[in-house]
Design a protein around this ligand. Structure first.
Ligand SMILES: Cc1ncc(COP(=O)(O)O)c(C=O)c1O
Length: 445
């Protein structure tokens, strides 16, 4: 099909002011090639954000595609309502081996629904134990867990969600620290833990679970936790009888250089969610894992209604599970975690020169995650040439052959996990040139 004839006016794009959306300017992606997208005019765009933080192997990884095609030929879908399919059984076994301490897998189809399932499991766990007053959640400020109503309630970001405030559940929000660039000195996170402990001490009888992203908050501003912060929360949850619900949707499977982030953080969740990289980014699939202790509370007579009343049409999708199994085999076969750790050192070196630019207020980096915060003095840079800074940077990046999005004034470089070094260098160099240009323009105001 000739893409000039594509009538694109029917799509309502996510997080997009459609009045500013210009169909003729926008790019139609036709194919994937290595770590790039290719558009209808054969222009290539290196993927600087791993296609919304989910892509692992680039956009044409044969092993996964072949396995998915084979599964489609055999069985396109059969749900887990009263039946089971082979790939979902195999994947559940694999996941419980990788994610130590977890023994059951509940399947959903995106990150938000994995979190919704986790919240329902936590509430019903306490209900089934007869502790119905334990119905609140405690969570970290600047956390993000998805766009559904439960997720917005625990991961409230004012800039996104204020119109929906009236819909949201009441939750308890506590401050979290972040690792900042050396120039800010080391940060003492104990004060945050003391405050959290105070809340837990007073309210533990009402709190069902502590929900947080594992290792780092991404959408809330690329905040990387200091060492032992997550471990301290995990210890407090055990001490005060609160379930620890970890969101590894964006950070699991290597984003921060560790296969399972909660293990690297020495924390012990009761419930943990994975999605995004699970299938290499090739199929919408998500999982909510729990311990045996949680699962056992749901057992009983049919009429006792202890069972989990939750399920999706596409639960345990065999094509998605096949993609995930093949993806996880490749992790092991190609030792992806070692590659990420090596590339992370290169990434770190490449980022050093950003700190020479006055407008780079802070550079936060770990593994294959990076946020570069732009400010003029203390003020976040909001726009350039009257265009919002995020749009300006995204457009400039596309012009230079890189697909990238920002979080407001924070440039995020979150490349495919298996990216080759030369592609990583190209992305970082491109963004450096753009930030330099922004600094030059800002200097004129
Ligand atoms: C940490 C985290 N949790 C949950 C989600 C929601 O996932 P999805 O967009 O698949 O609903 C995201 C999405 O970016 C995320 O970053």
């Amino acid at each position: 099909m000739n893409s000039n004839n594509l009538d694109r006016k029917y799509i309502w794009h996510p997080y997009t002011q459609m009045k500013l959306w210009n169909n003729s300017e926008n790019i139609v992606i036709k194919s994937g090639s290595g770590f790039s997208f290719v558009d209808s005019k054969e222009r290539r765009y290196l993927d600087g954000i791993s296609n919304m933080w989910c892509n692992v192997w680039g956009h044409d990884r044969k092993e996964i595609i072949v396995a998915m095609k084979k599964q489609l030929d055999t069985l396109p879908h059969s749900s887990l309502f009263g039946l089971v399919n082979e790939p979902s059984v195999k994947l559940a076994k694999t996941l419980t081996h990788i994610a130590k301490g977890m023994s059951k897998v509940f399947y959903t189809d995106n990150g938000s629904t994995a979190i919704e399932a986790a919240l329902k499991i936590a509430i019903q766990y306490w209900n089934n134990k007869g502790k119905t007053q334990k119905k609140n959640f405690i969570c970290l400020k600047n956390g993000y867990h998805g766009d559904t109503i439960g997720c917005m309630s625990i991961g409230y970001i004012d800039g996104y969600f204020s119109p929906y405030k009236s819909l949201l559940l009441k939750t308890i929000k506590v401050e979290s620290p972040t690792i900042r660039h050396e120039k800010f000195g080391s940060q003492n996170f104990e004060q945050y833990i003391d405050k959290i402990e105070n809340v837990l001490k007073n309210l533990s009888s009402k709190i069902s679970g502590f929900v947080m992203e594992s290792g780092a908050q991404i959408a809330g501003g690329v905040n990387i936790y200091p060492k032992n912060f997550q471990r301290s929360i995990s210890d407090l949850c055990k001490e005060y009888g609160i379930l620890l619900i970890l969101d590894e949707i964006a950070t699991g499977f290597g984003r921060l250089g560790n296969m399972i982030e909660y293990k690297a953080q020495h924390s012990e969740p009761d419930i943990v969610c994975f999605a995004k990289a699970l299938t290499g980014g090739y199929f919408p699939l998500a999982v909510t894992l729990t311990t045996t202790d949680i699962f056992n509370e749901f057992l009983g007579d049919y009429w006792a209604k202890r069972q989990l009343f939750h399920g999706h049409t596409f639960t345990g999708h065999p094509v998605g599970c096949t993609a995930a199994l093949t993806n996880l085999e490749l992790y092991e076969k190609l030792n992806l975690i070692r590659k990420i750790r090596n590339n992370s050192l290169v990434f770190n070196r490449l980022l050093k020169k950003f700190s020479e630019l006055d407008i780079c207020y802070d550079i936060r980096h770990k593994g294959m995650l990076c946020g570069i915060e732009l400010r003029k003095g203390d003020a976040p840079i909001k726009s350039i040439d009257k265009v919002p800074i995020g749009q300006y940077i995204a457009k400039e990046s596309l012009k230079k052959g890189v697909y990238l999005r920002t979080l407001g004034n924070i440039i995020t470089i979150i490349p495919p996990l298996a990216i080759e070094q030369e592609d990583l260098v190209k992305i970082v160099e491109t963004e450096y040139a753009i930030v330099k240009k922004v600094q030059h323009k800002i200097g004129r105001y």
